[in-house]
Design a protein around this ligand. Structure first.
Ligand code: F6R
Length: 614
């Protein structure tokens, strides 16, 4: 987490850094800061709060500068305050540094530096790192790049860093391990950032540093990349980025989250394009099917993810078991990696991650790989660490997701996993030809159905106005829609701060039913397909205890409409694809409730989009 931005060139760095920080604010927004050099002197401004607070604090005070680094923080070591905000300057006042990650052995290094008289101002691991580099630089008499390399060979942890010497503002040294870092290369100028969005309007030529790599970015020179452990020169792959600037702007919507909800028909079409050829009865996924034997012959599939991606994994469990008859275990990455799991060479692991950078998911697949499993990655961010670490995979092509709450990432993950499950089932000879064709046609029709459902959100808005002040919500679903209940509850809690729980509807009577009274809104996901009669009974159970039922039902459903307090209709679909449709009204419900409660929808408190700490 944390976003880092750097600029070196002929333009004034400040507006580039500030705009870049705004684009990276999704990565953390506890504090932010900037450091530039003008007239031989360092100018640092930093403060607790959002980038706008930083802009207010700067208030035009910075003189123009061709070098700058900026940071937006998701706090790990030390509370969010002005002092702990980055950039951090070394005690000698010679070096300034920004950091995304965690230095795990910072305490012992700090002690050693303190014993030699270095004084610290903040509680951060980052201030320790900048002082370690400075100490090595002066004691060993080496240049900055060498000092950075020597220091990083001493630290344990994860980092993406940018550091420069205040007396030599023509060079920035950057390094990466575990946290992302990309260098944008323009004409006589360079950009550094956690992802490419801060510099898309200036250049589309970029180098993504790999783990254990560092680079010297210097005016008038080519970017020089070296290995941190052995100092070997590396010839980096230079990417030509395909991303458009419009994709990262709000495009007339009030919030990124709303834009991303409405983008789902398009992002699903992008996820299916070239892969699902429904009229020809073909699914093409070259990345995945290179390893088709592994999948077809798998004794079991392990699915790993966190948060919303874990929920997509749960939907995939139903898909793979129902269609392809392969046993599936869905694991929280953070639990899987620490419990000495039994993994063999016959195992297939599917890692699901929007960002492709989630630290626990990345560590989990590294562990599974070491033990011989084959790894498939289902990621959104192209070139991300999880995508690179996987043996094979499929991108979800959702486009940049900037709202911290995942929306289009979830539905595109489910679409890609649906394609995989159908194709494996077909290759195993488990699907009758007619059923196979029906599945393809139905999946192909999903984007149009969602488009239709999004023509009006007035019902979701109205229901939101009635329940916006409720302190608790329950979400119930069965079968394929049980994970949707979990996802609906997660969306509500993370952006509106209302306590919500998702449950399998039948499990309610084993405990949660005790919570139901006339004040408890219960969102029941009850499309016609699936265990309809059973869920009707569950609704009766809630109504018998005076609970308020908000039911998500198939278009024209009269039976549930007669017993529920409110219904939101969705388009009809096969049960296997219903999560793609039932999720949409739940996203809208959380969105409108959060807006009505005046919450920061795109940047909910305490959260960050990319969880690169463990
Ligand atoms: C919830 C949400 C998070 C992420 C989780 C995993 O709306 O966005 O729960 O799903 O942090 O992130 P990725 O998918 O990037 O691995």
């Amino acid at each position: 987490m944390c976003g880092i931005v750097g600029y070196l060139g002929f333009r004034n760095a400040e507006p580039i850094i500030i705009k870049g920080l705004r684009r990276l604010e999704y990565r953390g927004y506890d504090s932010s800061g900037i450091a530039t050099v003008a007239n031989g002197g360092l100018q640092v401004v930093k403060c607790q709060g959002k980038v706008q607070d930083l802009v207010d604090k700067i208030d035009g005070s910075l003189a123009e500068s061709g070098i700058g680094i900026g940071h937006t923080r998701w706090a790990t070591h030390g509370v969010p305050n002005d002092v702990n905000a980055h950039p951090h300057v070394s005690a000698s006042g010679k070096l300034v540094l920004i950091h995304n990650g965690i230095i795990e052995n910072y305490a012992s290094i700090k002690e050693a530096l303190q014993s030699r008289g270095v004084e610290f101002k903040s509680d951060t691991d980052t201030e320790v790192l900048v002082n370690l580099i400075d100490d090595i630089r002066t004691v060993e008499g080496v240049n900055l790049a060498k000092a950075v390399r020597m220091a990083l060979n001493q630290v344990i942890g994860a980092y993406a860093i940018c550091v420069y010497e205040i007396d030599n503002p023509t060079k920035i040294v950057v390094a990466k391990k575990g946290s992302p870092l990309v260098v944008g290369i323009g004409e006589n100028e360079f950009f550094i950032a956690s992802d490419a969005t801060p510099f898309l309007e200036y250049t589309k030529t970029a180098i993504y540093l790999e783990d254990d790599e560092m680079a010297v970015v210097e005016l008038g020179e080519e970017v020089k990349v070296r290995s941190i452990p052995n100092n070997k020169a590396i010839n980096p792959y230079v990417h030509q980025l395909q991303m458009d600037i419009e994709a990262i702007e709000k495009g007339g919507y009030d919030h990124f989250m709303l834009k991303e909800i409405y983008e789902q028909p398009k992002s699903l079409r992008d996820a299916l394009r070239g892969r699902l050829l429904a009229d020809q009865g073909i699914i093409k996924m070259s990345g995945i099917f290179e390893y088709r034997e592994k999948l077809v012959n798998a004794d079991r599939i392990l699915i790993i993810g966190c948060g919303t991606s874990w929920h997509a994994g749960l939907v995939a469990e139903y898909l793979f078991e129902d269609l392809a008859r392969i046993p599936v275990e869905v694991e929280y990455a953070s639990e899987f990696r620490y419990r000495n799991p039994v993994i063999t060479e016959k195992d297939v692991v599917i890692a699901i991650s929007q960002s492709g950078e989630t630290a626990d998911t990345l560590a989990a697949i590294k562990l599974a790989k070491e033990r011989g499993a084959t790894i498939f990655g289902v990621c959104n961010v192209v070139g991300s660490s999880i995508a690179r670490e996987s043996d094979a995979g499929a991108y979800t092509h959702a486009g940049p997701e900037i709202g911290v709450a995942s929306t289009k990432a979830f539905t595109t993950q489910v679409a890609v996993l649906s394609l995989m499950a159908i194709q494996i089932a077909y290759e195993k000879g488990l699907l009758k030809e007619s059923y196979y064709y029906q599945l393809l046609a139905e999946l192909d029709a999903v984007p149009d159905k969602i488009e239709k459902m999004l023509e009006s959100d007035s019902k979701a808005k109205y229901i939101s106005s009635l329940f916006k002040d409720a302190p608790n919500f329950l979400y119930l679903g069965r079968g394929f829609n049980f994970p949707v209940a979990l996802e609906g509850a997660l969306k509500l809690k993370e952006i509106s701060y209302i306590h919500a729980e998702g449950y399998p509807a039948a499990e309610m009577k084993h405990g949660p039913i005790a919570l139901i009274d006339e004040n408890m809104p219960v969102v029941v996901i009850a499309p016609k397909s699936g265990q309809y009669e059973k869920i009707v009974s569950n609704i009766q159970e809630v109504k018998a205890r005076n609970g308020k039922v908000i039911a998500v039902v198939s278009k024209g459903d009269k039976e549930i409409a007669a017993m529920a307090d409110h219904v939101i209709e969705i388009e009809e679909s096969m049960e296997v694809f219903s999560p793609l449709l039932t999720t949409i009204p739940l996203q809208l419900l959380s969105y409108h409730i959060a807006v009505m409660r005046e919450c920061n929808v795109d940047q909910p408190r305490n959260l960050a989009k990319s969880v690169t700490v463990e």
